[in-house]
Design a protein around this ligand. Structure first.
Ligand code: GLN
Ligand code: ZN
Length: 766
């Protein structure tokens, strides 16, 4: 007997990023909305066709949205914050884009909705903003049109809708929105790292939403839909009692007796303490993610034991977060056992939506060592059907992708910060309030053109290097003219702070089409870790040494840290993140040592994504912090006492992790402060921070030229928290997304403000 199969969702960007390109031309006004929607519907249809071709039993509808599922749901519920006054003129398609981008044709520019990370993934959703007196005006006609289109495929239909409670959990109440300026999402780190934290106040909207959900279910039933998948990933979190009670109440009130089957979908963790709650919700079925189970845990067995006798259990076996082929033999054992208890109440599925993996492996040139071992979304459909049919092909010798025995023990610098600080002052002779930047300078069209030509083979290695050297020389000259104290080479040679290193380290594979949606039309192509990580050659030394040769000033070397490289890559199968991270740390340690040997006295190790890999449940977090901090410290463990180690982090929420940031023990940390107002500095003030800090004195993401006054406000606030001896003056992130004119104007202000404050402090001291 073939078991029922379905997936929780499919990537919507299209195998060749068709949706992205259509969307971007629509935003630029190059194509009309009808044409854009036609392209979008072609991707939607291709996604259904892929499921049908693979032999998946139930077709998933409604996972395909134009920008983000949470956003689409909010717009369908009529949740449009007051500042989007002009939204009333728009249809739902443009309303979504207006809310997401703050911009729409014939509408005034306003601040876009905030976006934040979707649980522990690198996907970002738009945070719905409700007001305390929120009224809802539901219009699901678009979803119904999707259902009608799906009928052409002659399959049982399952419609995906955000669960009522997870939707409220992720929303926030905003009564007065203080817009300082339109936020623009222009770089990889420009994402607010707001914790997924429940604000119980949103629970007040349950009663208003219940009839809307009920009416939606009635209509779906009337249209012949068989199942509704309610995405409730909040059920895997450490839930407060108020939320647990709300789950019971809401699902009690939403139960159906007319044959429409509700499936509550949970993912990204096992159910943990919510097991009992989840299995007893009065719905037709429950979906659980078994990909996160720890070895020997068998949590899924507990779920089966406790599941009421009539219920469907959808087992999320095929890992929707991994690019690796599944071990079908091992999964088949699970299927056999589960089937004994459940019979045809057992459904097989992906652990979560396949949105988090690239679309298709077919057009890739796969390196021999991993040939047959990878699976992107389309290949995962086949795995699912193979399992359901008991057609267990030995898909790969899925042995661990490592050959080395792992025996690295993390090291750290022996000296205390105060001893290092003294030695570094002695050697570097930096002025009070030294000025610097975060690393990158504008990635100009010429730089991109040179790289594209080099990649295509139209530019020789020597010509490419010469072009990059020219950029470096220009950056050095500009920084000297501006009067900055610590210079950087400008990172012209880097496409991306992770991809650059992944391209030079052994053990990585860079795919050609392995794009994954990050937010809206923005896609990332995470490198894939396929083997032992090793550094065959130095990676940055020649560029930084060249920059250093052009100036008498101090040049800071620039590296990406191991935790960030790991968190923005696909990890290997069968190896712990801790072990991989330490291997990366060892590669970076060698680079630090080589930079130091080449005469570089300051080295920055960026950790933009340091907390992105933090586990969802409190109980698992300490272990993560432990290896993340150790890996970071290992990188500088062999540096001399007078080599100054900097780090940079972009996000603004340090409240719950300043202690871990402190234990990283970088000599200098540069952070974002200007966008979060001065709240961030308050955290440093309340909790104390022993080493040196460079709070960003202006927001590089804003296209406006920052004023000296704004910078002064940050510096004054910082001086109340950090003694002047330990304070640096810098922008809040890299400048690669800006142009040179803006950059020079802003940095000129920055340097003159630093000089002014320096003089004031010195005359006070005299
Ligand atoms: N050094 C990098 C840059 O300046 C840091 C970027 C980041 O943290 N996102 O671009
Ligand atoms: Zn940054």
């Amino acid at each position: 007997m073939t078991l029922t199969t379905h997936i929780l969702g499919y990537p919507r960007i299209g195998a060749k990023r068709e949706l992205k390109f259509a969307e971007e031309s629509y935003w630029k006004g190059e194509i009309q909305q009808v044409d854009f929607l036609a392209e979008a519907q072609a991707v939607e249809a291709a996604n259904w066709q892929a499921q049908v071709d693979a032999g998946i039993s139930i077709l998933t509808v409604g996972d395909f949205v134009l920008y983000d599922s949470v956003l689409t749901h909010a717009v369908r519920l009529g949740i449009i914050p007051a500042r989007f006054k002009d939204a009333a003129k728009l249809n739902q398609v443009d309303q979504q884009f207006y809310l997401a981008r703050g911009r729409a044709p014939n509408c005034s520019d306003v601040a876009a909705l905030e976006m934040t990370k979707w649980f522990d993934t690198n996907y970002h959703y738009l945070v719905p903003e409700l007001n305390s007196a929120q009224e809802f005006k539901a219009d699901f006609s678009d979803l119904f049109a999707q259902v009608e289109r799906a009928k052409a495929f002659n399959k049982p239909l399952k419609v995906v809708v955000p669960g009522l409670l997870t939707f409220l959990y992720l929303s926030r109440i905003v009564d007065t929105y203080e817009t300082l300026e339109t936020k623009q999402h222009t770089c990889e780190c420009n994402i607010t790292q707001r914790e997924v934290a429940a604000n119980q106040a949103t629970l007040q909207f349950i009663d208003a939403l219940l009839p809307i959900y009920a009416a939606l279910f009635d209509e779906l039933k009337a249209r012949g839909v068989d199942y509704v998948q309610l995405d409730e990933p909040a059920l895997v979190l450490d839930l407060e009692p108020e939320w647990q009670t709300a789950f019971e109440r809401v699902y009690h009130l939403l139960q159906r007796r007319d044959g429409l089957k509700l499936i509550v979908a949970t993912y990204f963790e096992s159910l943990g303490a919510n097991l009992n709650l989840a299995v007893n919700l009065p719905v037709a079925g429950l979906h659980i993610d078994i990909s996160r189970e720890k070895a020997g845990e068998f949590f899924w067995k507990k779920v089966i034991d406790q599941l009421p006798a009539h219920k469907i259990l959808s087992l999320g076996l095929i890992n929707g977060r991994s690019v690796w082929a599944s071990d079908l033999t091992a999964l088949n054992d699970i299927v056999q056992t589960a089937q004994k208890s459940l019979g045809d109440r057992l459904w097989l599925s992906s652990s979560c939506s396949l949105l988090h993996v690239p679309v298709d492996l077919d057009s890739e040139i796969i390196p021999a060592e991993v040939n047959g071992k990878l699976a992107f979304a389309r290949q995962k459909l086949n795995e699912l059907v193979a399992l359901a049919q008991g057609n267990i092909y030995a898909n790969a010798k899925l042995s661990p992708t490592t050959t080395q025995t792992f025996n690295l023990v993390a090291q750290s610098r022996p000296d205390t910060f105060s001893a290092r600080f003294e030695a570094q002052q002695e050697k570097l002779k930096l002025p009070l309030l030294p000025t610097t930047t975060i690393g990158s300078f504008p990635q100009t069209t010429e730089i991109r053109a040179a790289r594209a030509a080099w990649n295509k083979g139209d530019l020789t290695q020597a010509a490419y290097e010469a072009a990059m050297q020219k950029e470096i020389a220009y950056a050095i000259q500009q920084q000297e003219q501006l009067g900055l104290d610590v210079l950087v080479h400008g990172e012209a040679e880097r496409t991306d702070m992770v991809e650059y290193f992944a391209g030079l380290l052994d053990g990585f594979w860079l795919s050609k089409f392995g794009w994954v949606q990050s937010y809206g039309s923005r896609c990332v192509r995470p490198p894939i870790i396929v083997g032992d990580i090793q550094r065959p050659n130095t990676m940055t030394v020649k560029w930084i040494q060249y920059a250093n040769s052009l100036t008498d000033k101090i040049v800071k070397g620039m590296l990406t840290g191991p935790v960030t490289i790991l968190n923005w890559s696909f990890p290997p199968a069968h190896r712990s993140r801790r072990e991989v991270c330490l291997q990366l740390a060892e590669a970076i340690r060698l680079e630090v040592a080589d930079l130091q040997a080449a005469g570089i006295g300051i080295i920055q190790i960026d950790e933009a994504a340091f907390r992105e890999g933090l586990p969802l449940r409190k109980a698992d977090q300490a272990e993560y912090w432990d290896w993340a901090v150790k890996s970071f410290k290992h990188c500088s463990s062999s540096s001399r006492i007078d080599t100054q180690i900097h780090t940079h982090m972009c996000y603004s929420d340090f409240k719950d992790c300043l202690q871990q940031i402190t234990t990283m023990d970088a000599d200098v940390i540069t952070i974002e402060t200007s966008r979060s107002g001065l709240q961030l500095l308050e955290v440093f003030h309340e909790q104390g921070y022993p080493n040196a800090i460079g709070p960003g004195v202006y927001d590089i993401h804003s296209p406006r030229t920052p004023t000296a006054d704004n910078m002064r406000t940050v510096i004054d606030a910082a001086l109340k928290t950090i003694p002047a001896e330990r304070l640096w003056i810098n922008p809040d992130c890299g400048l690669k997304t800006r142009n040179w004119a803006e950059t020079k104007a802003a940095l000129a202000e920055l340097v003159s403000m630093a000089k002014q404050v320096r003089q004031e402090l010195e005359s006070q001291a005299a």
